[in-house]
Structure formats: C-alpha cells, structure tokens
Write a protein of this length. Structure first.
Length: 400
C-alpha cells in the first residue's frame, strides 16, 4: 500500500505542477499581449498608460493600464502571484520526490563526478540559490539599464551554468538542474521583485504618497525576462522524455539553441502584438536552430564513444537478450526487482524476447545514440555491449 501511495503522490504532484505551470505561463502570455496592445486614446485618465478593447466569451472588456498606479486605490485588487508560487513549490516537491529521493540513480554519475547523495543534493540546492543571487545582482547592476546587454550576459550565464552542471551531475540530473534554476529565477522574480514592488506602490497610495515609478519599471523588466524564458523552461520540463536532448555530448549547446528558439518565437509574437509588423525572420532562425539541435544530437552520447552500427554485422538475438536481461530488465520488467523501482519506467518492459524486439527503437535512442540508459550506467553496460545493441537495432529497424 505504501508503494502505491508513493506512486500516486508523484503523479498528483506532477499533475499539479503542469496545471500551475499552464496557469502561470498563460497569464504571462496574456499580459504581455495586453501590454503591447495598449493604445493611447483621448479621454483616458492622466495616469493611464493606454487602453485596449477585447472580446471573449460573448462579452467586451475595456482594459486600462496605469504605469505606476491610479489616483485612487480600487476597492478590490487581484494579485497574480499564486500560479507562480504553486508552480515553483510543486516543482520543488517533484524535484525532491523524483530526484532527491533517488539521487544515486538520477543525479549522480561516477563517470562525471563521484558524489554522495547528500553532496549532490547540497550542490543542487546551493546552485539554485547562487544562480538567483547572481542573476539578481546583474539586473540591479548598471548593466540592468541596458536591456540588450543584460539579455546577452544573462544568456551566457545560463549556458555557462548548463555546461557547469554537466561537469557535476549525471546527464539527466544536469538538465533537470538547469530547468530548476530557470524556474527558480522566474518564481523569485515574482516573489522577490514584482510583488514587493507592487505592495510598496499600494502602501504609498494608501498613505497618500506618490509611488516610486522604479517599482513598475523593475517589475516590467523581470516580467519580460519571465516571458522570454517560458518556452525554454517548458522544453526542459519535458526533456526527460527525450534522451537525445539531455544525454548526448553537447546537451548544453542544445540548451543554448533552445533558449534562442524560445526567445525569437516570443519576439515574433511580442512584436506582432505591438503592431510593429511580423518579423518572419524569427522563424528562419528557429528552423536553423532546430536543425542544429538535431545535428548535435547525432554526435554521440554524453559519456562514452559514439557507437555506429557495423556494416553487415551479424548479431545473434540470444546475445542481445542476454545483454538486455542482465543490464535493463531488473527495472524494465512486469515486476521490477531494483530497489525503489515499483513499476517499469514509462511502462517499457524488456523482460521477454517479444518485448525487447518491440522496443528496438527506444533501446537505440537510450543506449546507442545517447547515454540515457542505464541511468548513470549503474549496471555497467560496456562499450562492446552497446556496439552489439547498435548492430542489432539497426537491423531490427530495417525489418520493421
């Protein structure tokens, strides 16, 4: 019964994380669209920055934005913060349940760095905190007045962190860590900058003081950063399903290209919402980056040599079955025997010849083209064994 409760706890936390993320990202996209749709019109209050008319659900909405604050506080005020907090806390819970509780399996790879579970978890927490501190200092420095310069430095900082994590954690753990860092920066922007600034504005209005316009300016800057980071962080959230993204040799470069793709896609829509035309060149950049991602994923696994199928190599299935049975089926079975694994990961079972043949493509993607499996090579799959699987998988695909 305890095992069932643990499995369902992970499922419900993951569900909550996705729901909260949808709400947060949806509100981010909406308000960026609203901001860029605002128009100055005669008759608006002096403090108003612009207005927009919208239609939805059979009704019309008249949205007016005050850059600092209205002359009088409204009786009711909706705060957009809980979706951000729920996303981060559910993400932290998921990080703990999936990765911290199984750090030796998912975070640590002795071929990268020999760590104890406690050390790996400590490094994970410390780098999340340090990453936010560095980013916040960059935004508050004189560089923060130059949005383009700050964006370039921020991009280099995130990519450098991604590379650094590949030198500490397992391939999957490194990708998880960079996703957690980006998510932490985004949530901390709301908790530490945007909401406190808005609260100070409200307090000034209630006290009859003129609010400081810098609070709105700073909040807008962080909100814009969050908007441009949403698409890359979604990619990282789902990347554990795609070993060619996180378990290949240049995973950190792939992450850099994904950051560019997400940024230019958002630039297209943000520019369009501003009414400044359609910068179609952004889709050319996106396609070029996607081609680069695909090419990089073919350059070999994160650990070990690139395994190419040998031309004309004959492979006896008995050898393949022996390798899969001894290296994989202790987890990928109808009744896993590996401690802590209660059901076959992703429902993939490799405990019969028929099931092994059925999953030839998945075996190639996780074992030959990348080093995703076994996690952290915990069952000591050798290069020779990967070669046998590569030869067999190539033939198996050609027969399907």
């Amino acid at each position: 019964m305890q095992d069932i409760l643990i499995i369902w706890a992970e499922n419900f936390i993951r569900w909550l994380h996705v729901i909260a993320g949808v709400c947060w990202i949806g509100s981010s996209f909406y308000f960026m669209h609203l901001d860029y749709s605002l128009k100055k019109r005669p008759g608006l209050p002096e403090e108003a920055n612009g207005e927009a008319w919208q239609v939805h659900g059979g009704g019309f909405y008249n949205m007016v934005k005050y850059l600092v604050a209205p002359a009088r506080m409204p009786d009711e005020l909706t705060w957009f913060k809980w979706e951000a907090y729920a996303t981060w806390f559910s993400g932290l819970a998921l990080l703990t349940v999936v990765y911290y509780f199984s750090a030796s399996l998912y975070m640590i790879d002795p071929r990268v760095m020999a760590l104890t579970p406690a050390t790996a978890i400590g490094l994970s927490v410390a780098t999340l905190i340090a990453g936010w501190v560095v980013y916040d200092l960059l935004c508050r420095s004189p560089l923060g007045e130059n949005e383009m310069g700050l964006s370039l430095v921020g991009f280099v900082f995130i990519v450098a962190c991604a590379w650094g994590f590949t030198q500490i954690f397992s391939p999957r753990g490194a990708y998880m860590q960079i996703g957690a860092l980006i998510g932490t920066i985004m949530a901390a922007n709301v908790l530490m900058v945007i909401i406190p600034g808005q609260r100070k504005v409200v307090a000034d209005l209630i006290a009859g003081r003129t609010p400081d316009a810098n609070h709105g300016k700073r909040g807008k800057q962080r909100s814009t950063h969050n908007n441009y980071l949403t698409l890359p962080v979604i990619f990282v959230m789902i990347s554990n399903h795609y070993p060619l993204a996180y378990a290949t040799r240049y995973s950190w470069v792939i992450l850099a290209l994904v950051l560019i793709m997400g940024a230019v896609i958002r630039h297209f829509y943000n520019t369009r919402h501003k009414g400044l035309g359609d910068p179609w060149w952004t889709w050319g950049v996106t396609v070029a980056c996607a081609i680069g991602v695909i090419w990089l994923s073919t350059l070999g696994p994160a650990n070990g040599k690139r395994t190419e199928p040998a031309t004309g190599a004959a492979v006896k299935f008995a050898a393949v079955e022996e390798i899969v049975t001894s290296r994989c089926s202790m987890c990928h079975a109808e009744e896993p025997v590996w401690d802590g694994i209660k059901v076959a990961p992703k429902g993939v079972m490799l405990d019969t010849p028929e099931r092994i043949r059925l999953h030839a493509r998945e075996i190639a993607a996780n074992v030959v083209w990348s080093s995703a499996m076994p996690p952290s090579n915990i069952t000591d799959l050798s290069d020779d064994e990967r070669q046998i699987l590569a030869n067999w998988a190539a033939g198996a695909r050609s027969l399907r």
